[in-house]
Write a protein that binds this ligand. Structure first.
Ligand code: EPU
Length: 344
């Protein structure tokens, strides 16, 4: 046995409050920090935790903890990032799952490796990025993805998965469906095309770029995205939240026409398949939810898609608020809103 596959210290009755960006209080029966891929399987073989449920935690930016977790929470602390190879067309950059996403994006730019700048300031870790295929301001992670490495928790076997195997969709992947709870992502490799072109069509970003007067360089787009996010989205370090709480729903053309006739202002994006994606934030806003609260769980004042913890909110309050919003939007528009974060 080497040091890398020894069981890390297992802490009991451990508060997860500092490990979820909502800042919800919940205790894990057992908690440990994973510092090598081999440690996942080593922990799960430990007699204190065998048979108990397990939870792989990155930055905790996409979970809602509704009660204590009667199992073992494994915090991914795998570190390291490097340019692994390049060819005529692209650079391939690998980062360990525990690396902070935003710092990783900033580092790629500092190395002269552009391509991820539209995804600046998204909270969370590199390992969490593929789970929900993070996306913002005209770019989804899947477009810059090459492959990832996982550990299968039941067997301790490692595997490499390509994009097709990860089955990326809008805020979706294999890891939220068939693969849920079965794997821990240990590293991700990104493919950054050498032929760089700005993605600056998104209105907010275009406006911020213009205001800065800068040419559309990778760094200028990074700065514009940071400015837009800071203006619109609450910083989880100051006000607990998990980003967008709902996915933008997609409806068929017939349903869209009916809605549009009633609500000419409705914000929508036509999809390649002829359906329409609706801005959930607009629907929620239109129902008058901005700034409303249940207990200390509230709808953000500037972006109705984001639920926030005003201080001391419980997971139950967050869920009650989410449910009330879902029922209202369904009653008013006949549209179902699907929650984006994983509810534990
Ligand atoms: N809107 C309102 N009222 C609101 C919120 C939004 O009227 O309270 C309107 C806006 O005016 C705009 C439209 O709805 O016309 C869309 O709003 P926005 O551009 O802010 O984007 P979004 O659709 O609400 C999505 C992502 C965000 C991402 C932005 C930018 C989802 C679920 N959310 O939000 O992702 O940053 O686009 O690309 O797709 C996240 O996933 O955590 C996240 C923040």
């Amino acid at each position: 046995m080497s040091v890398s596959d020894t069981v890390p210290p297992l802490l009991s009755h451990y508060s997860l409050r500092g490990h979820n960006t909502f800042g919800l209080e919940a205790f894990a029966r057992w908690f440990c920090r994973i510092e090598s891929p081999e440690q996942f399987a080593a922990v799960l073989r430990d007699p204190r935790v065998t048979g108990l449920p397990h939870l792989v935690l990155g930055g905790g930016s996409n979970v809602v903890l509704t009660r204590d977790f009667e199992g073992v929470a494994m915090l991914v602390c795998l570190a390291g990032k490097r340019l692994v190879r390049e060819d005529d067309q692209a650079w391939y950059v690998e980062a360990a799952a525990g690396e902070n996403w935003h710092e990783f994006v900033a580092w790629t730019l500092a190395q002269g490796l552009p391509g991820l700048e539209n995804l600046a300031l998204i909270p969370g870790t590199v390992g969490a990025a593929p789970v929900q295929n993070i996306g913002a301001y005209g770019l989804e992670m899947a477009e810059r993805f090459a492959s990832l490495r996982v550990v299968e928790l039941a067997t301790g076997e490692t595997r490499e998965l390509d994009a097709a195997q990860c089955r990326f969709g809008y805020r979706d992947s294999f890891f939220k469906r068939e693969g849920r709870g079965r794997f821990a992502i240990t590293s991700v490799t990104f493919r950054l095309p050498k032929a760089w072109a700005p993605r600056a069509e998104y209105a907010d970003v275009a406006r911020a770029l213009q205001a800065s007067g800068a040419q559309a360089s990778p760094q200028a787009i990074f700065d514009a995205v940071v400015a837009v996010r800071r203006a619109k989205l609450p910083d989880p370090a100051q006000l607990g939240n998990a980003g967008s709480f709902f996915k933008n729903p997609v409806v068929d053309a017939q349903m869209f026409e009916a809605l549009h006739a009633r609500e000419p202002q409705i914000v929508s994006y036509r999809q390649a398949d002829g359906r329409f994606k609706l801005a959930a934030g607009w629907l929620i806003d239109r129902c008058g939810w901005k700034g409303r609260a249940i207990g200390a769980a509230a709808v953000h004042e500037r972006q109705a898609l984001v639920l926030v913890n005003r201080g001391g909110a419980t997971g139950a309050q967050v869920l009650a608020l989410a449910q009330a919003i879902q029922e209202d939007v369904r009653a008013r528009f006949g549209v179902c809103l699907e929650a984006e974060p994983v509810v534990i």
